[in-house]
Design a binder for this molecule. Structure first.
Ligand SMILES: C[S@@+](CC[C@H](N)C(=O)[O-])C[C@H]1O[C@@H](n2cnc3c(N)ncnc32)[C@H](O)[C@@H]1O
Length: 292
């Protein structure tokens, strides 16, 4: 097992229409979900997010000033020409204190606080790389990394559907963990090709992940979770679902979804969705055979 069960979170409450739920961004402070508790107190998801990451003690939540309260676009089109140029691999030695450590990559890391929390609190010795297509989020995440003085985490602007292979194949250590958490749903059928989980990306993950390495996928949109599940389930030559390997640590419900969050921390999207009563559908795969 790669990540310890630190504090699995429960989910709750009533649900809203899915696409309406998705219109409420987790990165724009003024636009947050809220729910009313039994005692009549209104709970804002932005407050829950701050609570979740409180121990990061980030002094400057909205710094730097150039991105501060500026509205960050909620979606970009990863297929547009402006995102088709692969990014160069960085000099890994200049980024991490020890670039031979196992690497965790969070694909579509959003604000990055989930990964920063892991880099700061996980007892595992590893490096963390957040890949995100919205540059302003990357700028802010890197600002926080500097503020906390962390040398085991780095954020990069990248369209993973264009740059993932190049980035991970040049990293000197093993690729040990990949997470794809609450990816943009792109609800309309004609826009499904914009979804991040596409066969070439899955092939690249299967090829580059070390033996024993793991992949966690999750979504609060059942159809998106199923879509990801179908692609990974089909890779029986490389992956096994973790409950088949370690049943005592990873139990699934009757439909085969993991019952607990195995990371010990929730992502921002996850917090918003759970406040609105959504179920988080998760699958976690382990590479048990070499990719051929
Ligand atoms: C719904 S958000 C979820 C963010 C975070 N994982 C969470 O659970 O809170 C999906 C993120 O993926 C990013 N994204 C979408 N397509 C991407 C791509 N092709 N490459 C990199 N990032 C992408 C989006 O910009 C967005 O920040």
């Amino acid at each position: 097992m790669v990540f310890p069960f630190l504090k699995p979170k429960a989910c709750c409450m009533a649900s809203l229409h899915l696409s309406a739920r998705y219109r409420c961004s987790y990165v724009i402070p003024r636009c947050t979900a809220s729910s009313t508790s039994q005692s009549g107190i209104s709970i804002r998801s932005s407050d829950l997010v701050e609570k979740e990451y409180a121990d990061l003690q980030l002094k400057s939540l909205y710094a730097p000033s150039d991105i501060g309260h500026v509205r960050i676009r909620q979606h970009v089109n990863p297929l547009s020409a402006s995102f088709s140029v692969p990014v160069q691999s960085p000099d890994w030695k200049g980024i991490f204190t020890d670039c031979t450590l196992p690497l965790m990559v969070d694909i579509g890391c959003g604000s990055g606080r989930f990964l920063i929390w892991l880099a700061k609190n996980s007892p595992l010795h590893r490096n963390y790389l957040g890949l995100e297509i919205r540059q302003k989020l990357v700028t802010r995440s890197q600002f926080w990394v500097k503020e906390l003085g962390l040398r085991n985490i780095h954020f990069m602007f990248a369209n993973v559907n264009v740059s993932f292979e190049q980035l991970v194949s040049t990293y000197p250590g093993p690729l040990a963990f990949v997470s794809i958490l609450c990816p943009d749903p792109h609800f309309k059928r004609r826009k499904h090709k914009r979804r991040v989980v596409q066969k070439p990306l899955v092939d690249s993950i299967s090829k580059n992940l070390c033996l024993g390495g793991q992949v966690l996928v999750q979504s609060d949109v059942h159809e998106v979770a199923l879509d990801m599940r179908n692609v990974f389930d089909a890779c029986t030559d490389v992956f096994e679902h973790v409950d088949l390997i370690d049943h005592s640590s990873f139990s699934c419900d009757s439909d085969g979804w993991l019952q607990c969050n195995p990371m010990g921390i929730r992502t921002e999207r996850e917090i918003h969705a759970e406040l609105e009563g959504a179920t988080i559908y998760r699958r976690m795969y382990q590479k048990t055979r070499h990719h051929v």
